[in-house]
Every structure is written in structure tokens, then in C-alpha cells.
Design a protein around this ligand. Structure first.
Ligand code: IPM
Ligand code: MG
Length: 369
């Protein structure tokens, strides 16, 4: 099992350090790591956010554990040199099109949610976000209009094959969970969304057991805070999924808690926290490493064939939270940071926590069909 570690920028290196420590504590045989630069860190060192050597390592590895990219020093660079291009490039080059973002509330964190505890405690969903197309990858640019005004443009499009393959992942994910799929679009306004909806309805014929519904994205944003418990699996496009998954994370306590997996058709995956690089708190040991540690659990379960080790990590996270340990984003004091080192991460001990069968497995319910 050969893992590429791509720490990236800001808090990326410190959360990856904690996740690596947890992985090493499992003492699995044959676990190997190789680290490479990515994002602003790579740009500063070698002039490109996704150097060829990093891309080659990602292709060679059995799985990729990714920290975060984004660096304010790089905001003025041409777009193709900005740190964010690294994650977009990896998703595209490795055809990682299916981004699974589970949002589940650890019972210990009911008070950390932005929602009332009785509403928040109902959250148990997976957002299946497409990550190879949409307005992210369409033609884009700046131009001057006939009357001399500057104009920016980004073309949104999806073809039917792209929609069908992500729709299938949505249905398969629903089949492995509560058999309810909500497809989120903006078909009342966008042609891209009309095609999306048509193809999702066609694909539904392959999955007669799944109850399919459709929701416009504005309504979905509202329903997520009104009654998040109504969702089992959401399938949506790249842009809507980016926005809704940040929103779901806050409903589930903190953006510092949510892991993600981005898979290709062969289940090769890149695993990353959904949060960004948070440069304002980087290097202070304040960052919550749990989203990355839980991403490592997803990696063991979905790409490396070690579901029991994934269970152990998730049980260890639950056990750490049960002791009352909290990072600042969860309402904890900054006391957990000492000399820039994250003491909170150190409370996660898979060696001590036995696998909890059926318990403490927030990412356990999204196996693909
Ligand atoms: C995410 C991030 C990325 C995205 C950025 C860093 C390009 O926000 O993974 O959600 O927009 O996909
Ligand atoms: Mg995002």
C-alpha cells in the first residue's frame, strides 16, 4: 500500500502530519508513504502548483492523501499558476470525477452545530459531487465588450455521459444507504441543468429501488438548514456541490470535521478534508485535523481494502471527542496547541481504541454498490 502524501499550503502540512501519525499507529504491514509538493508550496519551490513529479507520484500511488491548497501570496498570479489549479489538475488528470462528501454529526458535537441540536442530530447524508466538469472546466476568460467594458466569462456545460456516470455513483451510494436520492440542479433556469435532470431520470430506470427526487439548488440550500434529516444522498454538479458541501459541514458541527473521497471509475481515490488551507491559523497547531484523519479512514476503506482499520480510526476519533477534547473551531480553547504542535490530534489514538462494530463509523455508510 503506497500512499502519496500531498500536504500543500497553510494548515495542510500540520493536518497531514496528524493523519500520518494516526495511520502509522495502526501498524499495518506494507504501508509506505512518499511526500511531494503541491499548490503554492510547489509554485514557490519549482514554479508550478502541480509539478510533473507530483503528478507522476499521484498516478503511481495506490491512493492520495491531500491536505489543502491556497495561498494569499499567489492571488495575483495568472490563473494557471494559482495553488487551486493543483487540486483541479489532479481531479482532471486522474479522472477523479466522483467526490463523496459524507456529512454526519458526531453525537458529542451536537452543540457545535450552527443548527439547534435536535435538528442537527438528524444529519446523516452523503453529497455526491461531480468534479470533472461544469463551469469549473469550461472555456473561461476575460474579454472586452463592443462598448469597451471588461467582461469575465466561464462556460457551464455537461454532456450526457458525464451526467450518467455521476448519476450512477449517486444511485449506487443510495443503494448502499437509505435508498433515497435527491438530485440538485437549477433546471428552471439552466439548460445544463435540464439535461442533468433528464439524464438522471433516465438513469433511475437502472435503480428501481431508489426513491428519486429533484430539488432546485436554492431550495436545497434552504432545506439543508431547515431540515437536513430529510436527505440521504444528494447528487449534484461541481459548482452546486462545492457550495452545498461547505454548508452541510457547518450543519454537522464544523468544516474541520468533514472528510471526502474523490474516486475514479476504478475506485482509485484522492482523499482530502473539504476545508481549505486557512492561512490565518497556519502553523499555530490550532487547526482541527479530524477531517484529514477521517479522510485517511475513508482511504483505508475505499481504496486500500482495510475497512477494519478505518473503523478503528473512526472509533478513535469518537473516543477523543468523548473525552471533551476540542479544537477551537469546535468551541475548544486554544490551549490544545503547544509550540505550534496540535495536541488535539494527539488525543486520537487508534492503538488504544478498539474497533467499535457498528458504532463510531460516520463514513461507513457510503460504499459504492
Ligand atoms: C473544494 C475546494 C476546491 C473546489 C478549491 C480549492 C479549488 O473548495 O474542494 O471544495 O472548489 O473544488
Ligand atoms: Mg469547496
Amino acid at each position: 500500500m503506497f500512499i502519496a502524501l500531498l500536504p500543500g499550503d497553510g494548515i495542510g502540512p500540520e493536518v497531514i502530519t496528524e493523519a500520518r501519525r494516526v495511520l502509522e499507529a495502526l501498524a499495518l504491514t506494507g504501508l509506505q508513504f512518499e511526500e511531494a509538493l503541491v499548490g503554492g508550496a510547489a509554485y514557490k519551490a519549482v514554479g508550478h502548483p502541480l509539478p510533473q513529479t507530483t503528478l507522476d507520484l499521484a498516478k503511481r500511488a495506490d491512493a492520495i492523501l491531500f491536505g489543502a491548497v491556497g495561498d494569499p501570496d499567489c492571488d495575483a498570479l495568472e490563473r494557471h499558476l494559482r495553488p487551486e489549479q493543483a487540486i483541479l489538475g489532479l481531479r482532471k488528470e486522474l479522472e477523479l470525477f466522483a467526490n463523496l462528501r459524507p456529512a454526519t454529526l458526531f453525537p458529542e458535537l451536537a452543540d457545535a452545530s450552527a443548527l439547534r441540536p435536535e435538528v442537527a442530530s438528524q444529519i446523516d447524508m452523503v453529497i455526491v459531487r461531480e468534479t470533472n466538469g461544469d463551469v469549473y472546466f469550461g472555456e473561461k476568460g476575460m474579454r472586452t465588450t463592443a462598448d469597451g467594458k471588461r467582461e469575465g466569462y466561464d462556460i457551464m456545460s455537461y454532456n450526457e455521459d458525464e451526467v450518467r456516470r455521476i448519476a450512477r455513483v449517486g444511485f449506487e451510494t443510495a443503494m448502499a444507504r437509505g435508498k433515497k436520492l435527491c438530485s440538485v440542479d437549477k433546471a428552471n433556469v439552466l439548460e445544463t441543468s435540464q439535461l442533468w435532470r433528464d439524464v438522471v431520470i433516465e438513469t433511475a430506470k437502472e435503480f428501481p429501488e431508489v426513491e428519486l427526487s429533484h430539488m432546485y439548488v436554492d431550495n436545497a440550500a434552504m432545506q439543508l438548514v431547515r431540515n437536513p434529516g430529510q436527505f440521504d444522498v444528494i447528487v449534484t454538479g461541481n459548482l452546486f456541490g462545492d457550495i452545498l458541501s461547505d454548508q452541510a459541514s457547518m450543519c454537522a458541527g464544523s468544516i474541520g470535521m468533514l472528510p471526502s473521497a474523490t474516486l475514479n471509475i476504478d475506485q482509485k481515490g484522492l482523499y482530502e478534508p473539504i476545508h481549505g488551507s486557512a492561512p490565518d491559523i497556519a502553523g499555530q497547531g490550532k487547526a482541527n485535523p479530524l477531517a484529514t484523519i477521517l479522510s485517511a479512514a475513508m482511504m483505508l476503506r475505499y481504496s486500500l481494502g482495510h475497512p477494519e482499520a478505518a473503523d478503528r480510526i473512526e472509533a478513535a476519533v469518537a473516543a477523543a471527542l468523548a473525552t471533551g477534547a476540542r479544537s477551537p473551531d469546535l468551541g475548544g480553547s486554544h490551549e490544545h496547541a503547544r509550540n505550534g504542535r496540535c495536541r488535539f490530534g494527539g488525543t486520537v489514538s487508534p492503538a488504544r481504541a478498539a474497533a467499535a462494530p457498528g458504532g463510531g463509523t460516520p463514513t461507513g455508510n457510503l460504499a459504492r454498490g
